[in-house]
Design a protein around this ligand. Structure first.
Ligand code: FES
Length: 153
């Protein structure tokens, strides 16, 4: 597939997820709950996780954001289902490396690579990172109470 075709495909994925996100709402129960904030634009996201033992059973999000932020949150939620908290923390690191152009996800998580092109637009990286940053805080805070807004600065 040519680079242009790949770029078109990724843009399609981003727009489709933005228009029809599949993972909006709140998990029941919300074993983890975290709010994230992008100070560059004021957009926020609320992330909830349903956990069983060390495993993430469900992930949902609510909030406002641009196409990149919403599609990133939606793809993230899908990829996390069934993963352990440790695996989720590794995925946060990998995503952040991908935003620096230094990594991508293996075949199993290839849908997340739709966000790879954002690395070329430094001002949009915070949009893509918003949900992942929020997830990191949700993993680190083992109570269902948010620690306030985390920012992705
Ligand atoms: Fe606000 Fe992208 S412009 S998250």
């Amino acid at each position: 597939m040519s680079l242009d075709n790949m770029r078109d495909l990724y843009q399609q994925v981003i727009l489709e997820r933005y228009k029809k996100p599949r993972n909006k709402g709140k998990t029941d129960p919300a074993d983890r709950y975290q709010k994230g904030h992008n100070p560059s634009c004021g957009d926020t996201i609320e992330l909830t996780l349903k956990i069983n033992g060390d495993r993430i059973e469900d992930v949902k999000f609510e909030g406002e954001g641009c196409a990149i932020a919403i599609s990133s949150a939606d793809l993230m939620a899908e990829a996390l289902r069934g993963r352990t908290l440790t695996e989720a923390a590794e995925m946060v690191q990998r995503f952040q490396s991908m935003m620096k152009g230094e990594a991508e996800f293996p075949q199993e998580f290839r849908k997340l690579n739709a966000m790879r092109g954002v690395a070329q637009f430094p001002v949009r990286i915070k949009c893509a990172n918003l949900s992942w940053h929020t997830l990191k805080a949700a993993i680190e805070n083992s109570t269902p109470q948010p620690v306030g807004f985390v920012t992705n600065e």
